[in-house]
Design a protein. Structure first.
Length: 829
């Protein structure tokens, strides 16, 4: 057989192979991403696999799908997968293949943001810290050592996906991959080398031949064939750098992350929906919520500094995987409507009509039908426009959608879906004592030089520790003779550190600690000390609370004690200073002794757990208690009120760092939140003056029904006596829906036990609304359908969820003169 005929046979083979595997061809043009030649509206949400557990994934993906998403997006976390160079880990919640297959199982598309720099409020932005220690390396720039490591990891991930046939080009769910992350925001700091690097990233990625498009977010010089995409709270004004690229939005921030010492940010459903509707109004075809499910920063994965363990993000699915209502429902209504208009949006002719005063109509016409968006971007002015001879009032900061250009089916400022509040309930575990029985053991502080190795200078903490622990001991000795000029004087130990926490010990005595205040990570620690004649041990224990994850050269930010470290003797007007920084021998030890011994596993070994004289408010104590799992399926949290700062484990799984003693800043919260006007992370905060995080998620899959071990490492000192396990359940469900709407009412995982209020007509008042001032109750108005309450009771009580057509047919005549009637209902969960 000649070579051309063998080529033909091979092609036929490949073709038939791909036909059997249902491979999709993914292409793009200026109007969108095309799957097998057909443009799609892609509505996506970020769900990061390691921020939940494999047992949670199917439910999270199901709820995303029910919420009208057709795509799930995740980053890939290099540090998790390659914690030591060339030692890989894809087990448990690091099982990326299992996660992508879970997306596939529900028929959703996937976007794989490989990075491998990801930011993501993840420690060191997702880079493994060993990378930093490679000779001659410079991260995120034109450096061959770095590029070779980046290429090795990226290729490994791509090959792993290919091997499992997970790219759409192979019949899998992955339709798009991302290389790098927001490099355009920092590129200038890397000068020409930055441009060379981004060009190299593009070539390297393209050569991996995934058969699906590559994106680069926030990269307005993205080289072909990369598609540059937008991130932010609003991206309707974005245009990609290439006229043939679709308008894509990789991060629509659904809320914001939280810091230790910070309050809880919220972004309203109305504003988020407004940003999405405007984006699709103005030609967008791919939009991704960052985050759709934020989840939990287990272990020491939280970045920062000072990112909390909870990464709830005020996302449509809350940290525990419950629907954050009304956000989830209000967006679902929007998604379903947009998807129903897919053809018009992606193929229709587009006409924009400017009504002045920040008001536009956009009309999509396709096959003789038209769909309209009316957008009003005024922050405080409702506008009435006349379209087709009819007046339409568009509330300030909203978009109305009229799929037939005549009836308003959706307005981003008018929420019809249910509101839910969540309550925490004490564990109903049988035989659970009112308070846990604690045992304890002390952490053995490392006072003794020379530690593990020595250096004659102060070293950067992450360089030494390589992210194996939060802790690093810096130890030195000072010899004092009686002719030393500082002998007999009042002495102060002074240490300059770049964070985040410093404990000092002199001759084995803990003389105090200090932590950086949020945002001020550089600080000076000073305490008066006493030295003895002869040898004195100075032991400094530095703790990091998440490595920096963002900014130009973020990887080079110094962490830990950089000095000077001085002993200052007061001597009238001229202090005498003994500088220990670089002229002393420093001994180092990474990690706590208890970490080396894996005390967090809570094993009973050596009977070293004591039950008497339980220490309270003493630093460096390990606590242990056993407990039964709260029955049922509601998410479980542990309330760590009373503790200081440390880390918690359940059955050997780290729940993450805890720090309930860090009170969220008192300013910046307000009881009101106006959805109108541009959102920023400080706009609508709650929880000022309370612990920035009090409750910690304990995934059900960490628990057995009885005899679970909780271990705490308490660094500052606290009292564990009020620690309790609780479940998180929906408190009530309220809705205020317009006539014509189909209201889904549910208690999220439990049956609706009663209907406290229902009125169909012109009900007044509010219920369950966050930020609402005044009383949170519905009241009946001037007209109402006589039997609405009993009809709804019949439809809903005892059910997990019920669906109510808000109409006179179902609820009876309301006898109202008003055009639009509403149903107000409050369910008891
Ligand atoms: C973006 C970044 C994300 C995340 C986000 C804030 O700049 O790409 O990874 O850090 O900010 O949550």
């Amino acid at each position: 057989m000649g070579s051309s005929s063998s080529f033909l046979v091979l092609s036929l083979f490949v073709l038939s192979f791909c036909l059997t595997c249902n491979a999709d061809q993914i292409t793009s043009d200026a109007r969108g991403i095309m799957i097998n030649g057909e443009r799609k509206i892609l509505i996506s949400g970020s769900v990061h696999y390691p921020r939940s557990t494999p047992e949670m994934w199917p439910d999270l993906i199901q709820k995303s799908k029910d919420g009208g998403l057709n795509t799930i997006d995740t980053y890939v976390f290099w540090d998790l997968h390659e914690p030591k160079r060339r030692q890989y880990d894809f087990t448990g919640n690091k099982d990326l293949v299992r996660f992508i297959k879970a997306i596939q199982a529900q028929g959703l598309y996937a976007v794989l943001r490989i990075g491998p720099y990801v930011c993501a409020e993840w420690t060191y932005g997702g880079f493994p810290v060993w990378l930093h220690n490679q000779p001659s390396i410079q991260l995120r720039t034109n450096n061959t050592v770095y590029m070779s490591e980046m290429q090795t990891f990226t290729t490994m991930i791509v090959d792993m996906m290919k091997k499992e046939q997970l790219f759409a080009s192979q019949g899998g769910p992955i339709i798009i991959s991302q290389i790098e992350n927001e490099y355009g925001n920092v590129m200038r700091a890397y000068h020409d080398a930055g441009v060379q690097y981004i060009n190299w990233c593009a070539q390297m990625a393209a050569a991996l031949d995934t058969g699906v498009p590559w994106i680069m977010c926030q990269q307005d010089n993205a080289p072909q064939p990369m598609i540059n995409t937008c991130n932010g709270y609003y991206c309707d004004q974005f245009t990609p750098n290439n006229p043939n690229s679709p308008k894509m939005w990789t991060e629509n921030w659904s809320g914001w992350y939280k810091n230790w010492g910070g309050s809880d940010p919220h972004r309203t459903a109305e504003d988020l929906a407004f940003s999405v509707a405007r984006f699709y109004q103005l030609g967008g075809t791919f939009q991704n919520y960052y985050m759709y499910h934020g989840g939990t920063n287990f272990g020491r994965t939280a970045g920062g500094p000072y990112i909390t363990t909870s990464y709830d993000y005020d996302a449509p699915l809350n940290e525990y995987g419950n629907k954050n209502q009304p956000k989830w429902g209000h967006l679902r209504d929007l998604h379903l409507l947009l998807l129903s208009m897919e053809k018009a949006l992606t193929y229709g002719d587009v006409k924009n009509v400017d009504y002045g005063t920040l008001t536009w109509a956009t009309i999509y016409s396709y096959q003789g039908k038209s769909s309209c968006f009316f957008g009003n971007s005024n922050a405080d002015r409702d506008v009435t426009i006349n379209y087709g001879g009819v007046n339409y009032t568009i509330p300030a900061w909203s978009v109305s959608i009229l799929p037939d250009c005549s009836n308003e089916v959706y307005n981003t400022a008018k929420v019809n879906s249910q509101y839910s509040t969540f309550v925490k309930k004490g564990s109903e575990a049988e035989n659970e004592p009112n308070s846990l029985q604690w045992t304890w053991r002390g952490e053995t502080i490392q006072y003794i030089t020379p530690g593990r190795f020595t250096a004659s200078e102060l070293l950067d903490q992450k360089t030494v520790v390589e992210d194996t622990s939060d802790y690093l001991y810096y130890m030195t000795t000072v010899d004092i003779s009686n002719d030393d000029p500082i002998w007999g004087k009042d002495l102060t130990l002074s240490v300059n550190t770049s964070g985040h926490i410093l404990h000092a010990f002199v001759n084995g005595e803990h003389i105090g600690y200090q932590y950086a205040l949020l945002g001020q990570f550089e600080f000076q620690f000073q305490r008066s000390i006493t030295l003895q004649l002869g040898k004195n041990e100075i032991t400094l224990l530095s703790a990091t609370v998440g490595l920096t994850n963002y900014g130009p050269d973020f990887d080079m930010v110094n962490q830990g004690i950089h000095g000077p470290v001085q002993i200052i003797a007061s001597n009238g007007s001229a202090d005498i200073i003994k500088d220990l920084s670089n002229n002393n021998q420093w001994a180092y030890k990474a990690g706590l002794n208890g970490e080396d011994k894996k005390i967090f596993l809570g094993r009973a070994r050596y009977n070293q757990w004591k039950s008497d004289n339980l220490p309270v408010n003493r630093s460096f104590v390990w606590y242990k208690a056993t407990f039964d799992a709260p029955p049922g399926e509601d998410p479980v949290v542990v309330d760590l009120m009373g503790l200081g700062k440390g880390e918690a484990w359940v059955n050997g799984h780290s729940l993450g760092r805890y720090w309930p003693s860090y009170i969220a800043r008192g300013e910046g919260c307000s009881p009101e939140c106006d959805y109108r006007g541009p959102y920023k992370a400080e706009k609508c905060n709650t929880n000022c003056g309370n612990p920035s995080q009090r409750w910690y998620h304990v995934p059900r899959s960490f628990l057995a029904s009885t005899d679970n071990r909780l271990v705490l490492f308490e660094e500052f000192g606290g009292n564990p006596s009020s620690v309790t396990f609780q479940t998180v359940t929906v408190g009530n469900a309220c809705a205020n829906a317009r006539e014509g709407y189909t209201l889904e009412l549910s208690c999220q995982g439990r049956a609706i036990s009663g209907i406290k209020f229902a009125s169909f007509g012109d009900p007044q008042g509010t219920c369950g609304k966050p930020f609402a001032t005044g009383s949170q109750v519905f009241e009946k108005g001037t007209c109402e359908a006589a039997d609405a309450l009993s009809i709804i009771q019949k439809l809903c009580v005892g059910k997990y969820s019920c669906s109510i057509d808000v109409s006179e047919q179902i609820l009876g005549p309301a006898g109202c003169t008003a055009d639009t009637k509403r149903l107000a209902v409050e369910a008891i969960c």
